[in-house]
Design a protein around this ligand. Sequence first.
Ligand SMILES: Cc1ncc(C[n+]2csc(CCOP(=O)(O)OP(=O)(O)O)c2C)c(N)n1
Length: 635
Amino acid sequence: MSLLDRIQSPEDVKALAPEELPTLAEEIRARVIQTTARNGGHVGPNLGVVELTIALHRVFDTPKDRFCFDVAHQGYIHKLLTGRNDARFDKMRLSDGLSGFLSRSESEHDAFGAGHAGTALSAALGMAAARDLRGSDEHVVALCGDAAFTCGITMEALNNVTAATKRLVIILNDNKWSIAKNVGALSRYFNELITNPVYNRLNDDIESLLEKIPGGQSIIKFGSKWKRETKDFFVSSSLFETFGIRYIGPIDGHDPKQLEHYLEFAKNAEQPVLLHVLTEKGRGYDVAIKNPERFHGASPFDIETGKGAPSPAGTPQKYQDVMGETLVKLAREDRSVIGITAAMPAGTSLNLLEAALPDQFFDVGIAEEHAVLFAAGMATSGFHPVCAIYSTFLQRAYDQIIHDVALQNLPVLFCMDRAGLSPNDGATHHGLFDFAYLRCVPGVVVMAPADEDELADMMATGLAHQGPAFIRYPRGNAEGQPIKEQPALIEIGKAKRLQAGDDLDIWAIGSMVPDAERLAARLSEHGIQAGVVNARFVKPLDTELLAESAQATKCIVTMEDHVITGGLGTAVMEALQEANSPCPVERIGWPDTFVEHGSSVARLRQDNGLSAEAILERVLAAYARQASVRAESSV
Ligand SMILES: Cc1ncc(C[n+]2csc(CCOP(=O)(O)OP(=O)(O)O)c2C)c(N)n1
């Protein structure tokens, strides 16, 4: 039996002899690589924190002690060491398997769920303050990546640490990478701490504490030697000390002994401590080390070569690439067009703009609020910024959307990628709320393309519009529709009738338009003549065509890849109600729950009553209900 298979809980990790730890680390790495190669997942971040996570579980006691992992995409090892090394791990990120992130509902060892960046320090601080108020004695550890410090909230929490608690362990897991190379002044500062420190002497209080802990003497000796040799051991860091936090580092994040010693020190300190731990993204797997960006979060791959399965010939382009290429084209024609990403140049395909027109490209770090405000500022100065941000991450910039962009009617175009499901990632990453959170903002234009050609048209339309405009489009491949040489402008607020039908009209938007056409074909087999309208805009909604539609047919069906509350269906119902139309509406969309992760969009649709078959049944039932009401009223 392998060492890993013997581990049922953190107690078993503590029971291992130090000399067994390298073997455990090796077994964990093999397990992570095999699982991610099969299912896809966060390869590099997890391989980088193997020794660190083992050390954390040897020094602290979860679930009593509480770990907050930033983003929680690097929590696979924590899962393996806390009783989850079983068939659910084999199916991680798939239906019936573990989540790829940490979640309070999955394990008592997961103190805090996450998926969005920058939340760990604030949440940990809240836990530490609660502990102090309660008078209990558990330890709280925040594990933050170097890029987490590009997030505003991490800095807000840092500013609040000493006001909120006297005891907190912060780990700065510094691997120099966000998804892409980390950016900004802080990242340079961390580098400075490592490579060019104005080093301080080993502080007396650290020395005296180290003397008390097992093995502490050897660290003191080792520290002095290292200090002599590298001029680099304990750094008096003006930044962290300004925040009242003891900085210790740099620490070799792959040396179990060093890690345990400093974690032990931090655990016993009577002051918030930040351990600056250096790790290597992809450690132990050359393919990932050589390509940290691709192996941050990878689709299934061949372990030997690292290559993914090739797309079959004729696979349409990804929506994100259509966006990136169109932006390059539009930005070449108009040099006032600027692309802005919040740490996702490859994920949004804005790297195409970065390569083609670097002066018109900005990566601001994991800082969505700042990205939107930065765009607003540029828009006041004659530029036309395009914020390319995933739908789910744009949630963080909601106040900037309302207070800074919309209220001042600034011409910022938002390209919201991953609208709809990110099936393997799950609830933290699905983009299911954007219609609802945008539709209530006065004066904005909100649209979704039915195919890639319409995406290009909508980008040109959004850029020509002198106010805020939002386009949402899904993850993955587009429809295979040829893209016109020159994008056409769409009249704002105009829907497009795709086919006529006397019995009911299906109003669909975005990725649901092709589904609506297929549904209409199935309905005709049942003798129901359904029209199809590509709504294109949820705001402004085409109320003129809607009124005609309600007049001419007996029922309206709405279809959207969005939560059922607040989206297209709601907009249609509100408009019909305002027009005193009695036309009934059947709304098809995601249910009012948080949709879990799953193997595929198809599987999640099936699990949530949105398979083509289930939709057909619902529409047939709605139509039959409507027919019987009409029959009754005519009696
Ligand atoms: C609000 C938000 N924006 C963007 C992302 C996408 N994202 C996931 S991980 C990551 C980089 C994290 O880097 P770091 O904190 O250094 O951790 P590492 O992966 O290097 O361990 C980004 C940008 C996110 N999860 N949340």
